[in-house]
Design a protein around this ligand. Sequence first.
Ligand code: FAD
Length: 497
Amino acid sequence: MSAIIENTDVVVIGGGPGGSTTATLLARRGHRVVLLEKETFPRYQIGESLLPSTVHGIGRLLGVTEELEAASFMVKRGGSFRWGTNPVPWNFLFAVAPELSGPTSYAYQVERMKFDDILLKNAAKHGVDVRENSPVTEVIGDDERVRGVRYTGPDGVRHEIHATFVVDASGNRSRVHQNVRGERIYSDFFKNIALFGYFEGGKRLPQPDSGNILCAAFDEGWIWYIPLSDTLTSVGAVISREHAAKLQGDQEQALLGFVDRCAIVKDFLADATRVTEGTYGEIRTRKDYSYTNSTFHRPGMVLVGDAACFIDPVFSTGVHLATYAGLLAARSINTVLAGENTEERVFEEFEGRYRREYRVFYEFLSAFYDMQSNEESYFWKARKVTNFNATDLEAFVSLVGGVHSGEQAFTSADQLVSEFRTSSGDLADAVQRTGAMDTDTGDKMHHLFGTPVVREVMQEMNNVQVRGVLGEAARELPLLENGLVPSADGLAWTEAK
Ligand code: FAD
């Protein structure tokens, strides 16, 4: 049977946060976009703890903020860490200080089935032609460029779509990314395995931190404890790949064994029961998730989200990187389709910004692992950082600036940006004021969060948030040398004046 052949402007592969974001921001410029998703939504996904820039920055550009608010997700004011040598958890808050808590100084803990479904339906509302139960089987191209895809429709019929651009947002486990002809390079540092399940009735941190993610280190790794509702908790152990043998037998026993060796989580789950039925009844494992592709683009095709790179679950960066990349990819494609710049130039901007964001987080997370020193433990000894690069670490403050940014958001962009610059020096104090911390960890946190912020690294996440809140009002400087700047509506690139 011959395939049904169609033409469109852009095909997006995958309906996760990366794909939905890209597709919506392309459709907002009036382009014809077909999004192909292999599953039928809502579908399960891990990655439940979000950052404020996704909720308030990207969320507003997508026009989905009110819907997210109405979904009653657990409000996350920050993270609580049993990390370092002090047994008492300390907090990092998105607001510099509790009294400054404002309209964008929080994120959500989300059931991804609900969150991803909201984003995908929102894409359809914006005119994206969303086709679920439609796995892409092949990318069509020649030496010059990628030219489309083949997929199988829900009725088993083969389809072929020709497009000017193909966006691969098909996540961690698909092989579509190989069509950009790069190599997937796995991290030597984050060679971990995650084992996770769900519990009913676990304890909560005291108010106002009850919605925080709790990350607690133990000898063999660390455990995330994410409150998804008043009673449902996502619990996952991240351990070294060298301990993979421990996961061979009964996975429930393995997870409960890790919980047993992590005092605070053991206490929090003392009266809880593991969910054993439905979507959350399964114990799942994930490995080989820390990597970056050697290239994110080739003519006609671009990688977004986990298709391109992911680092590690600690600090909730996955959905942020996926949605940020979706914004960058949409700007690039919108610019080319409008005939306003060359593909080479806009994707240089895309890849430069995306890699910068990835690298900053990579360095920060490496240093964050380094703070948990336990010379007796194989896991933590193997993760001592030897080439600590303080300059790279400074860049992390930009993220924090971005997320505690909302206080002045409804006044003026200039005032908002200047607030970011002047207040960022107080971030270290915010970390220490809001929780107990031993001196060694305190010093390192102070170094991580308290270094005076260079203008350049403050810009980007702030810009995403300011733009989300103020729309066209934000003025941006190039982030990269000789780089481009966002257009007035934030949906394309223009040359810097
Ligand atoms: P996905 O969400 O994976 O979406 C890809 C979509 O593509 C899927 O719906 C899939 O069905 C579809 N697809 C695949 N192949 C095809 C095909 N051939 N044709 C059509 N469709 C296809 N991130 C956070 O922000 N916070 C966290 O707390 C967090 N915790 C994590 C814990 C673990 C253990 C791991 C491994 C990751 C975690 N992450 C976290 C990362 C997060 O899961 C991902 O970064 C995020 O889901 C990436 O979004 P995406 O849109 O790129 O891909």
